[in-house]
Design a protein around this ligand. Sequence first.
Ligand code: C5P
Length: 234
Amino acid sequence: MNKDVIIALDFSSAQETLDFLDKFPDGKKPFVKIGMELFYSQGPDIVRRVKQRGHKIFLDLKLCDIPNTVKKAMKALSGLGVDMTNLHAFGTKAMMEAAVEGLTRPDGTRPMLLAVTQLTSTTQEAMREELMIDADMPEVVARYALNARDAGLDGVVCSPLEAAKVKLTCGIDFATVTPGIRFADSAADDQRRVMTPARAREAGSDFLVVGRPITAAPDPVKAYERCIAEFLVK
Ligand code: C5P
């Protein structure tokens, strides 16, 4: 699997986003993540504009609805030419299978499809009390990951702390995309459980999702290159 670092474009306007991408010299086109804030405020046009500049795009919209609706929504996202997108495994295998069908283009190709198992903001207590799920969190994450693999998905978004267990449960080729990454000498911000790029690699991460350590750095290009060097070079 081609490992890579994905920059989270957590900006609120198209201008801010494009100004940030302009900092990267010609020929350097990082893999980027567009999330709900940017997509819902700017619409599909922001995806087209970033794609036109030659970047790979992870469209992080975490779909969850009845199978037919998700299938049609995925078809629309696939038409935007994104490289990776996601949904909630909570929607069941039937929904995930429909999503794969919707994403698949007439030529048989499709973007990578990942599942969110349990949000990292969900606690064991909330899961038991509010969602009425009694199993332990690691067990729930592993089962949802297996459901995703069985439905034909390519991997999960998870904490780097869960990556090894996901690989053990679902196999080495099942992709792990992990946020919560910090350099050894940078602030954790609001992330609770963080890992350095090098540790995340050792833990089994295939793709790092990195926001503020790059976007808020005094020199974002240098921070991106440092992240790549620590993650990809042993
Ligand atoms: O700035 P930072 O590196 O914390 O950004 C991480 C990115 O990954 C953000 O876009 C955040 O929404 C996303 N994310 C996360 N934790 C998850 C899922 C997604 O931090 N469990």
